[in-house]
Design a protein around this ligand. Structure first.
Ligand SMILES: Cc1cc2nc3c(=O)[nH]c(=O)nc-3n(C[C@H](O)[C@H](O)[C@H](O)COP(=O)(O)OP(=O)(O)OC[C@H]3O[C@@H](n4cnc5c(N)ncnc54)[C@H](O)[C@@H]3O)c2cc1C
Length: 415
């Protein structure tokens, strides 16, 4: 192929990872096409936490300000006991995040984030998103994709951003079923005004309890409170609860958090459109690249929401894959070396975060009494008396700068 012609990338999936990857390639002059099976780009009516590592990618894409304008800056990372509300740990981050990790910690409504990503893609590459189109297979060598119902789309590179149940992952590497984690999640948003004196603190707050936990935080410039309640539960056919559009029953959610702090129960009672979902993940894998195709986001590394890092990792993937592939393609080596460099750089980090998210789930669910005292004493002490040390434990995650790391990988590589 001539290096003069515009290079083409097809991205399957118009979620956070897919749209960000499209923007990252577009910024390097590539012709981008995002293929999405849904007839409209939409996200569930819920919030998302963008930690400083994710915000650094949005900054590089020119979207930090837009996220700040629609988001909410929490005052602290916090952990409380669910039933009593006793504060175990509180780490101020509103200004500390800038100084320590060089970007803000932001809470944003998912619909706002998708709107920002899709809106700027439409501005920079009009018509790049093709909706209502399902991809069913990969062309030989990963040089394109086959559209369900007929036809194919050829490309220099294919990026599979098609989520947990990735079709392209299965097409390239065979079936590897997602595993049910034994947890279901309740999710909803509540108008902050409806909570009156029972509003949660303006923090990223985990309410911990035996076999369950709640996460609360503000989005939409503080007008809405986002609520996630995770409960350990054995259920038959968890696959049936694999859509946030599965409506949840308020009374069942209240039963799950019976006896908990009034802030928690009031959020459940006042939630708009409470929904439930079974949480799945998949063990870390090192099979991300097949020919000219690579996986990004949940297609590559689905993880529990208990570290609030899934989308942030998708954003890091987006920048890294575009940067490395552009380099090797520009050097005349083609995309494959860049795709392999991308996977080698990203896999150890995402596997460690998948593992830490699983560990967090256990840490949030201790039994009251001795077990909680043993687990939370050091946290309590560190948050109060050694906050710099507590922040230090988060440096590897929040301090990571995908832009700098991708560039450093290029400098180190002999391609
Ligand atoms: C309760 C909960 C809370 C969370 N909180 C946070 C948080 O605070 N911070 C954070 O960083 N992460 C969080 N996450 C994780 C985050 O939501 C995900 O990691 C992220 O949304 C995944 O984005 P994605 O683009 O990789 O995949 P998806 O959002 O799943 O997008 C995949 C897209 O591909 C499309 N698609 C699938 N198959 C095909 C096909 N064959 N053809 C065409 N299109 C296809 C789908 O329709 C979909 O639009 C949370 C997750 C949960 C469950």
């Amino acid at each position: 192929m001539s290096s003069q012609r515009t290079k083409r990338v097809v991205i399957v999936g118009g979620g956070i990872a897919g749209l960000a990857t499209a923007l990252a390639f577009q910024a390097r002059g590539w012709d981008v096409q995002v293929v999405e099976r849904a007839v409209a780009l939409r996200e569930v009516g819920a919030g998302i936490q963008l930690a400083p590592n994710g915000m650094k990618v949005l900054r590089a894409l020119g979207l930090e300000q837009a996220a700040l304008e629609r988001g909410f800056l929490p005052s602290a990372l916090e952990m409380r006991l669910g039933p009593s509300g006793f504060s175990i740990f509180r780490l101020p981050i509103k200004t500390a995040a800038h100084y320590r990790w060089h970007a803000p910690y932001v809470h944003i409504h998912r619909a706002d984030l998708i709107d920002i990503l899709a809106g700027s893609l439409e501005q920079r590459a009009p018509g790049a998103v093709r909706l209502g189109t399902t991809i069913e297979a990969l062309l030989p060598g990963g040089k394109g994709v086959q559209v369900q119902g007929g036809g194919s789309i050829e490309a220099d590179v294919v990026i599979a951003a098609d989520g947990l149940r990735s079709t392209l992952r299965e097409a390239a590497f065979g079936p590897q079923p997602a595993r049910f984690t034994g947890m279901i999640a309740w999710r909803g948003t509540v108008p902050a005004a409806a909570l009156e004196g029972d509003a949660p603190p303006p923090t990223a707050c985990v309410w911990a309890g035996p076999g369950r936990h709640v996460v609360s935080y503000f989005v939409a410039k503080g007008q809405l409170v986002n609520f996630v309640g995770v409960v350990e539960r054995r259920i038959d056919n968890p696959e049936r609860l694999e859509s946030w559009r599965t409506p949840g029953d308020t009374q069942t959610a209240l039963d799950d958090f019976m006896g908990w702090h009034p802030t928690v129960t009031r959020m459940i009672k006042s939630a708009q459109g409470l929904s439930q979902w079974a949480l799945f993940d998949r063990p870390a894998s090192d099979r991300w690249v097949s020919g000219a195709m690579a996986l990004v986001g949940d297609a590559a590394h689905p993880m529990l929401p208990t570290f609030a890092q899934g989308a942030c990792q998708g954003l890091e993937d987006a920048w890294t894959v575009a940067h490395l592939v552009e380099h090797t393609t520009g050097q005349g080596a083609g995309p494959e070396p860049g795709l392999h460099q991308y996977a080698a750089l990203r896999q150890p980090r995402t596997a460690a975060i998948q593992h830490r998210a699983m560990r967090n789930a256990r840490d949030f669910h201790h039994q009251p009494g001795l077990e909680q005292i043993r687990a939370y004493s050091a946290l309590w002490f560190g948050g109060r008396f050694l906050p710099w040390m507590a922040r230090g434990r988060l440096d590897a995650i929040y301090g990571y700068d995908a832009v700098a790391e991708a560039e450093a990988a290029l400098q180190a590589a002999v391609v």
